[in-house]
Design a protein around this ligand. Structure first.
Ligand code: FES
Ligand code: FES
Length: 170
């Protein structure tokens, strides 16, 4: 085994200390050491986006970042987006409501990238959506319903809990 590093990072609000091999990717650390398997691996070359996590709030491809590079940083994975109250995030609800997933393999990355987009642009244009999600590949949906999901998520966010209740019960 090559050199190792002791690192400390905050994952979904929890401080974690790990010993990791120098060559271990952040994706492998999240999945295999921390058990956060919602971070999916596809190409493992930084192309498909399904391993997207947030590093200090910005979307990154965790397959091409070394775990050691995340030392001292704040990581959010799909497991951390529900706010801890047991309910889905509005973006997740919107993806379900609009049938914006089939196999779901791309979905964690799509959801995280959408959250970042809506934080920056609460009512995004189609061009903004395509720019924000253009690096996330979906083999199933053809993207039409994903764009619809982003618009629905924007509506749910602006309506707050009222919108979520209406979606759940309506
Ligand atoms: S698995 Fe990381 S970009 Fe494809
Ligand atoms: S839902 Fe299957 S890859 Fe996107």
């Amino acid at each position: 085994m090559g050199s190792t590093h002791e690192i400390t990072l905050v994952v979904n609000g929890v401080r974690r200390r790990c010993v990791t091999a120098a060559r271990t990717s952040l994706a492998d650390l999240l999945r295999e050491v921390l058990g956060l398997t919602g971070t999916h691996l596809g190409c493992e070359h930084g192309v498909c986006g399904c391993c997207t996590v947030l590093l200090d709030g910005a979307p990154v491809r965790s397959c091409i970042i070394l775990a050691a590079q995340a030392d001292g940083h704040d990581i959010t994975t799909i497991e951390g987006v529900d706010g801890g109250d047991g309910r889905l995030d509005p973006v997740q609800e919107a993806f379900c409501a609009t049938h914006a997933l089939q196999c779901g393999y791309c979905t964690p990355g799509m959801v995280l990238a959408t959250r970042v987009l809506l934080d920056a642009s609460p009512d995004p244009t189609r061009a903004e959506i395509d720019e924000a999600l253009g690096g996330n590949i979906c083999r199933c949906t053809g993207y039409v319903q994903i764009r619809e999901a982003v618009h629905r998520a924007a509506e749910l966010r602006s309506a707050g809990d009222d919108g979520r209740e209406a979606l759940t019960h309506g």
